[in-house]
Design a protein around this ligand. Sequence first.
Ligand code: MTE
Length: 323
Amino acid sequence: MVKIRSSEITPEHIYLSRRKFMQGIGAVAAGSVLAACGVQAPPGGISNNPSGAADTPHTAEPGPTEAASDELGDSLTTYEAVTGYNNFYEFSIDKQAVAKLAEGFQTSPWTIEVGGLVNNPKTFGIEDLLGRFTQEERIYRMRCVEGWSMLIPWLGFPLAGLLKEVEPTSKAKYVRFETLYDPARLPGQTSAWYEWPYVEGLRLDEAMLDLTILSTGLYGKELLPQNGAPLRLVVPWKYGLKSIKSIVKIDLVEEMPTSLWMAAAPHEYGFYANVNPQVPHPRWSQSTERRIGEFGRRETLMFNGYVDEVAHLYAGMDLAKNY
Ligand code: MTE
């Protein structure tokens, strides 16, 4: 497998490296109830321990070192934190319990059905996607709506490539994503608080942007169940809740999809969920955030720091109304 050295990483742009990665061979082989990313105390034991990635028992090959940084000069969040502090309500609303509960979650065989308003509907096995699309590394900030953030080296490929294969028709305006629905394997789905399965959506132009990826791994390793294995969305200028995990269905649709969070708390969560420090959540400010592994808070950046790439998508829109 290709190893990525931090010295190979260019800090100039949104992602630090773009390379052929395992091409063709598949990846390495109410209160808190109504808070997307339910508000919790910051994780006690999680720090920027530079040996975190190497220590993990999941290590097949090391990915970038935690000394790597993004184009703003910030260090990666440790592998330990990225894989040990998770929001995945299908397993638990306790972030630090998710990893353990998700252990052994079967992600093979796994198919993703892509259809709706397309000329060429297709069902892909996860290994088809890994073989067909070059896996690239993208280092992105992830800002949870709740006020914490991470810097994560994802592996994945642009969603646009997959959508082009199925050929959306001219009627298609939005993309709707669905997580696996299987309460026997995802016990949180027995909770009556939410309308399962987890659903998310993007406008078609948002989905086609190169920044939007489907991720199959992180830190140079296969994605773990707690992070949404085997396939999850990553939309770095939007709050983390948009980055739907363990996807089994992608549909091109005409009407704006209703996400799980829009259905659960329509007065709190809108369709767009763009990171915006000027638009507070009804119950808390969004002007600052805590980067996991750091003390204190930092300013939240408009569109999570991706203004140049995405601002044109929202020209003329009132972002306080379209939240
Ligand atoms: N996808 C599903 N299916 N279920 C979830 O509970 N939580 C979302 C998002 N995707 C969630 C999900 C939220 S609120 C966040 S912040 C991110 O996943 C967290 O991703 P991570 O655990 O990999 O950091």
